[in-house]
Design a protein around this ligand. Sequence first.
Ligand code: HEC
Length: 126
Amino acid sequence: MLALALAAAVSAGAAEPASAPAPESSLPRDSADAAVVRGGIVFRTYCVLCHGAAGKGDGRAAKLYTPRPANLTISPFNDAYKEMIVRGGGASVGRSSYMPPWGDELTDEQIQDLIAFLRELRKTGA
Ligand code: HEC
């Protein structure tokens, strides 16, 4: 009985179209979606402590800082400004140095990916 069920499962599997795209090929490395996914990983590694998992400025360490870490889901700033404050830190744009500089810590690609992620965060508010 089990052998029969297995045989059925195997032949059902074989009926799948052989040309189904592999997961990698459905998310090319240079696609905008891939950048958002990578940026999300960078964000979860370096930014959530202050900005919170959803970017709302409510991370575990948020209440240690005045001014509070920004709510990135409603940030009024454009990509260029965000890149500037992420690279140089708050002090580099005349704001709080509690926002650390990341330019030496992260690669250019990681920063571009972060900006793509922040753009998406701003859109979805999630
Ligand atoms: C140690 C806490 C801390 C960490 C970690 C941190 N930030 Fe911040 N961030 C802040 C604070 C505080 C501000 C607000 C500064 C101000 O208002 O003067 C801020 C502001 C910002 C802003 C400006 C947005 C706006 O609408 O004003 C951006 C963008 C930003 N952070 C992105 C990031 C990213 C991306 C990371 C991770 C690479 C990160 N931050 C990590 C504390 C932090």
